[in-house]
Design a protein around this ligand. Structure first.
Ligand code: C2E
Ligand code: MG
Ligand code: MG
Length: 815
């Protein structure tokens, strides 16, 4: 600050104090300096103003002007120039003086303050939060700069009320009381949240923080603070809460737990629900792989880890079912879903859900139990067998395991069922199931496929062929023999076909077919035995299949023919009848023996049609011969068991007789002992009696070739006994055979039966047969089977020849 004075309005000089000279950085002449020089320091616009004021001052006007001056180095300074007139006694201005003050620092401080106020105002007005102040009575004061944005607060502040006097939500009551206590105790507070209710019922949630303000003497002045409108945030939080709760509830109800694993942290984090689900305490159990591993059921831990690794590798979400032990020891079924967690295109971990599906699985298992078990024996049924077989084949292919499929067929089961009744049959099946279980133990899979057919799937694990055969033999031994049932004693046996896996079956179908073929071969070989599949069976089966197809075609196109073989009465030398024998000429293979194609027709069911065709053809032929005036001769027709047991054979026979007009007493039906297999004597007897009731004759064919039981002969209504070729062949040279044959013939005669010897090829055999009093002979020695056209001629030839040899014999006798 400096002083100046001028003594005359006209003077061009005036006096300035040394401070001013220094301030202006001007040289003076003992304090005197040209006014113009000083004025040069001022900016041109202030210069005029100052000049005017200075002139006015000489007219008696004091002044104070804020202005700027430029220092020689160019910097600008703020200063206030002040001037005052001094009056003489006459009231005239005598002198003018004043001071000049450098206010640069002052003004820049003020400017800074204004700047900072503006800055604050800018922040506050653009922030979503607002500032507030309350007075010593806690009344909210308007805070104009920041209120513009918030209508709610404007009304609040306009009312000049304390916060607790506002219309707030009733549920805030207690919190508000605490808040009031805080404020009245002049304590700072943070994030106090409350909800204001508008007149229209709208709700605005506010979060506020504040601190008390005290005067220097410690007197409480009020509060200052900030608030923010958190209505939307609250709404979002409420929604989130609600959703979280709903999700938690859903997880709880659905027994779902979640977990995550972060690659960087290298450990799993379980949600509370997951701990609950598995019965662990969150603080006591750390879900590391080592800790969890023992709770998995065998192999499951590795499988689960593999799956997680796969998910991390492929980023493909996977789901699986696992079995795990709960902390309480019970086994739980868990449905697990694993998903890769990805951030910025990088896999950062894995997240998953675990759902306890024990109850559902249990229900499924029960359903499965119902759907897949045989209600009678409790064993698995065919459907489950198929599944199990498929999975065994799969594991053979996958893990190089091996196994065996055993198909077990009971022998004579039908007999038990027929003779002792179904209850006994059921009892027997239950017994068999029990025996199988006992003999095999729990590990092999046992199923009842239906009827009297059982299957066993054994994991071989190094079992040799011999051991496998041993197992089969043991089963047969255990299943053969008398079984005591409530209804009586049953005598059954078992036959087993075996296919080894994987070599004998790459699919369930081929495995079953091959085991079945082995079973078929075992049955063919005489039942009560086990047979391992051999690939040649399949070839044979294929051939049979092929033959079967052609045969059906042959039946349809009439490529079959009946040939006739004469039967000669040894006493009279007359041809008393013919046996009709089927002949088939295969388009590629030429003539095929009935010994080959009849069994195929039998196993395919074709025999029923085929047999009926032969029967009709033979009767038609017999009738034609009668009509041609030939002597009455019988016609024998071979009948397969299937014809008798499948369908109404008796009706078919009488229909054919009626249709052809062939006399019933000339028809002879040839049956073999295979008829007796699987049927009770009662049933057989009933059937045969009704057949012979039609007036036809019945012959027991091939006697002596199978398991002949003379007992049958005494009780069943057979008219003829055809002795098998095996007895006839070589009878002329083997005395024991001759004795045996003699016995059979005598016995048959004793039972009133006519004896036919089959397959005599030599005259010597005929001679022996004659001496043994055999009634009829059929064999190549007289004629092979021949076409129908030739049959009458051949018969004449035979009879003629017989007459001549009779004459020869008579001559010999006469000599
Ligand atoms: P089978 O009923 O025992 O017929 C007798 C078989 O012995 C016939 O064989 C016949 O040709 C043959 N034979 C006759 N005399 C001699 C002989 O002196 N020496 C030799 N080695 N064999 C002789 P075939 O015609 O091959 O028939 C075989 C079997 O096929 C028949 O045996 C019969 O069981 C069956 N069969 C033939 N035709 C029919 C038919 O129409 N229906 C049924 N169900 N089976 C038939
Ligand atoms: Mg025959
Ligand atoms: Mg025969």
């Amino acid at each position: 600050m400096g002083y100046w004075e001028a003594d005359s309005a006209d003077a061009t000089d005036f006096w300035i104090s040394p401070e001013l000279a220094a301030f202006y950085e001007l040289e003076t002449d003992d304090g005197f300096i040209a006014i113009a020089k000083v004025r040069e320091r001022y900016l041109s616009e202030s210069r005029k103003i100052l000049e005017a004021h200075y002139a006015a001052c000489w007219a008696g006007q004091p002044y104070a002007v804020q202005t700027k001056l430029r220092k020689p180095d160019g910097t600008l300074l703020d200063c206030v120039v002040h001037g005052e007139p001094e009056f003489d006694v006459h009231g005239e201005v005598r002198r003018v003086s004043g001071i000049v003050r450098d206010i640069t620092q002052e003004t820049s401080a003020l400017r800074r303050l204004a700047d900072s106020e503006q800055r604050l105002a800018d922040f506050v007005s653009t922030a979503s939060d607002w500032c507030w102040e309350s007075d010593a009575d806690h009344r909210l004061l308007p805070y104009p700069k920041s209120l513009a944005g918030n209508a709610a607060f404007q009304t609040v502040a306009a009312g000049r009320k304390a916060r607790w006097e506002l219309a707030y939500a009733p549920e805030d009551e207690a919190a508000m009381a605490r808040h009031r206590a805080d404020m009245e105790a002049h304590r700072p507070f943070r994030d106090f949240t409350y909800t204001l209710i508008g007149e229209d019922g709208s709700r605005v949630s506010i979060c506020t923080s504040g601190k008390p303000i005290f005067a220097e003497d410690g007197c409480f002045l009020g509060y200052r603070g900030t608030s923010s409108d958190i209505t939307q945030l609250e709404a979002a939080r409420a929604l989130l809460d609600q959703r979280t709760r709903a999700l938690e509830e859903a997880h709880r109800l659905g027994k779902i737990g979640t977990w995550s694993y972060r690659l960087d942290r290298g450990r799993a984090v379980w949600a509370t629900e997951l701990y609950q689900l598995l019965g662990f305490e969150p603080d006591r159990f750390e879900p590391t792989y080592q800790n969890i591993r023992p709770y998995f059921l065998d192999g499951e831990a590795d499988r689960f880890r593999d799956m997680q690794n796969r998910v991390l590798r492929t980023c493909r979400t996977e789901a699986t079912d696992l079995r795990m032990r709960h902390a309480d020891g019970t086994v739980r079924d868990l449905a697990v879903i694993c998903k890769a967690e990805i951030a910025h295109d990088k896999v950062i971990g894995i997240i998953g859900t675990v759902q306890d599906v024990t109850e559902r699985k249990e229900a499924e298992r029960q359903l499965e139990q119902l759907a897949y078990s045989d209600p009678l024996t409790g064993l698995a049924n065919r459907a489950l067998f198929k599944r199990q077989l498929a999975s065994m084949i799969e594991s053979c292919a996958r893990d190089g395991q091996s196994g065996a499929l055993l198909l077990i067929d009971l022998d004579r089961f039908k007999e038990v069922n027929d003779s002792l009744g179904h209850a006994a049959g059921d009892e027997l099946l239950i017994h068999v199931a029990a025996v199988l279980r006992q003999e095999l133990g729990p590990s092999p899979f046992i199923a009842r496929l239906g009827g009297d057919e059982f299957a066993v799937l054994a994991e071989e694990r190094g079992m040799s062929h011999v051991a496998l055969a041993g197992l089969a033999d043991r089963l047969i031994a255990r299943l053969s023999g008398p079984v005591n049932l409530a209804e009586g004693e049953a005598f059954v046996g078992a036959t087993i076909g075996i296919a080894r896996l994987p070599e004998h079956g790459a699919t369930t179908e081929s495995a079953v077919r091959n085991a079945d073929l082995a079973l078929y071969m075992a049955k063919e070989a005489g039942r009560g035995r086990a047979q391992l599949f051999d690939p040649v069976y399949a070839q044979a089966a294929d051939q049979r299949l092929d033959l079967g197809r052609h045969l059906r075609h042959a039946v349809e196109t009439g490529a079959l023919k009946a040939h006739y073989q004469p039967q000669v009465d040894l006493r009279s030398g007359r041809v008393t009848g013919f046996e009709a024998l089927l002949r088939w000429t295969h388009p590629e293979r030429g003539p095929i023996s009935p010994a080959e194609f009849i069994p195929i027709a039998e196993s395919s069911g074709l025999i029923v049609d085929l047999g009926l065709w032969v029967l009709r053809e033979a009767c038609r032929q017999g009738r034609a011969w009668l009509d041609a005036g030939l002597p009455a001769r019988s016609v024998s027709v071979n009948v397969s068991p299937a014809q008798i047991w499948n369908g109404d054979f008796e009706t078919a026979v009488s229909a054919v007789l009626a249709e052809t007009g062939f006399p019933a007493h000339l028809l002879c039906l040839e049956l073999t002992e295979s008829l007796f297999v699987d049927h009770t004597e009662q049933r057989i007897s009933r059937t045969l009696t009704s057949l012979s009731g039609l007036g036809v004759r019945l012959a027991l064919d091939d006697f002596g070739s199978g398991y002949s039981s003379l007992g049958y002969l005494t009780r069943l209504p057979f008219d003829l006994l055809k002795v098998d070729r095996a007895f006839v062949d070589g009878v002329s040279s083997a005395p024991e055979k001759r004795k045996l044959l003699g016995g059979i013939i005598a016995l048959s005669h004793g039972l009133g039966m006519t004896v036919v010897a089959e397959g005599a090829e030599l005259q010597a055999e005929v001679d022996v047969l004659r001496s043994l009093k055999c009634d009829l002979v059929q064999g190549f020695v007289f004629s092979p089977p021949i076409v129908s056209e030739q049959a009458p001629l051949v018969a004449i030839g035979i009879e003629h020849e017989a007459g001549r040899s009779q004459q020869r014999r008579n001559r010999v006798l006469a000599q």
